[in-house]
Design a binder for this molecule. Structure first.
Ligand SMILES: Cc1ncc(COP(=O)(O)O)c(C=O)c1O
Length: 393
């Protein structure tokens, strides 16, 4: 289903725009460059698939190659944790600190007194756990019943303590906040709520690095972005940065969600924040969110041109297209939520009214983000029929 935006909402508050512009990206980039093994992720051109789809060009920013974490989420949670530790240490030590100070003895001693907590479907928690390990802070992760054992193990491997709860993702968000308030932990959430915006905004600022890298590497800027959304943090950060940097040449922005968890779609239709009921689980597990992040909505209502929802099989088809390319295009290992942006492009191409609304044609240059690789290799192999290693070989 496609929802065409005919009238955009008001501009977001200036502090949101500022955090997600060039200066914000520069801060996130400075942090990234202190990390061992930092390299921009590949920007992969798929000319044969672009031709077959009737568009001018298609590029995939492959976040499956983001450090060992295999998702763009590595950019957000870890950055927020390290920013928090540096802020706290700066306050206690009475001097300004830079990202490189995270390794110093006095900062590590302060980090050791701190605990960060979050609720997660998997990827955000992995990033928070990694950031806590890098800084030397303790980490409490809250996961709901649907999070796979593989994903839980990946977070525990960074030394995080895993709390598995009965209930939904939203229940895990509520419990993490409650426990943190009781125990003096700091919640590092990728979603915002009333009175809690600064940390999720820092998480989103981390994501600007990936669109920044993509635009740095593009000879010509994209005309269309198809951005998958859970709570909308990724879509809002990418859309805001791209729009600010490209000005008059800003791309059309389409938000892509699973039909089973389309909270931004419902919100856009209603013109105000909507919580959708929990239905059947979706294989696009990282996008299974019932309520948008209010700060993401504040950005997207001003920037998004359309919202599209996907059936389960559309995500599977896009994963397979990337795994088994035609016409000499390279293969890309895209996880269940990673291929969703591309699936959103296919859905819009197949819908004449969406094509017309978006001006999607043979001149269009589309950029999508493979937001995760095979973050659970077993699930990936079950869906695609080959292991991530076989696809990558
Ligand atoms: C792989 C992947 N893609 C996309 C998203 C959506 O990000 P957001 O919740 O910021 O919309 C997530 C969120 O966890 C994710 O893990």
């Amino acid at each position: 289903m496609f929802h065409a935006v005919t009238e955009k909402g008001p501009a977001p508050r200036a502090q949101l725009t500022a955090a997600l512009g060039d200066e914000g990206r520069a801060r996130a980039q400075a942090f990234l460059e202190t990390l061992p093994g930092y390299l921009p992720t590949p920007l992969v051109a798929l000319p044969a698939l672009a031709r077959a789809s009737g568009i001018g060009a298609l590029q995939v920013k492959d976040e499956g190659k983001r450090f060992g974490l295999k998702s763009f989420k590595a950019l957000g949670g870890a950055y927020a944790v390290i920013s928090l530790v540096l802020e706290e240490a700066g306050r206690r030590l009475g001097r300004a600190l830079s990202p490189a100070d995270i390794a110093s003895q006095d900062v590590r001693a302060i980090a050791a007194t701190m605990t960060v907590a979050c609720a997660t479907d998997g990827n955000h928690g992995r990033s928070v756990a990694w950031g806590a390990e890098l800084a030397g802070a303790a980490c409490e992760i809250f996961i709901h019943a649907g999070v796979s054992e593989g994903r839980a193990a990946a977070m525990a491997a960074f030394g995080a303590h895993i709390n598995r709860i009965q209930g939904t993702y939203d229940d895990s968000v509520a419990l993490a906040a409650e426990m943190a308030a009781a125990r003096g932990w700091t919640v590092v959430s990728d979603t915002s709520w009333e009175g809690y915006e600064a940390i999720p905004l820092t998480v989103m600022q981390g994501y600007t690095a990936m669109i920044g890298e993509a635009l740095d590497a593009s000879a010509e800027p994209p005309t269309h972005l198809f951005l998958q959304a859970g709570v909308g943090g990724m879509a809002a950060a990418v859309a805001s940065y791209a729009t600010q940097r490209l000005g008059a040449a800003a791309p059309k922005v389409v938000v892509v969600e699973p039909e089973r968890a389309a909270c931004l779609y419902a919100t856009a239709e209603a013109g105000q924040l909507v919580t959708v009921p929990h239905g059947e689980p979706t294989i696009m597990a990282m996008l299974e969110c019932a309520t948008p992040s209010p700060i993401s909505w504040e950005v997207l209502r001003h920037l998004a041109d359309g919202y599209v929802t996907l059936e389960e099989q559309e995500a599977v088809k896009a994963m397979k297209k990337l795994a088994q390319p035609v016409g000499g295009d390279p293969a890309i290992v895209a996880g269940e939520s990673g291929a969703t942006g591309l699936a959103g492009m296919f859905a819009c191409l197949a819908d004449p009214s969406a094509r017309a609304h978006l001006g999607l044609d043979a001149q269009s240059r589309v950029l999508v983000f493979n937001s995760e690789g095979a973050t659970d290799p077993k699930i990936y192999a079950d869906i695609v029929g080959r292991s991530p290693e076989q696809v990558a070989a």
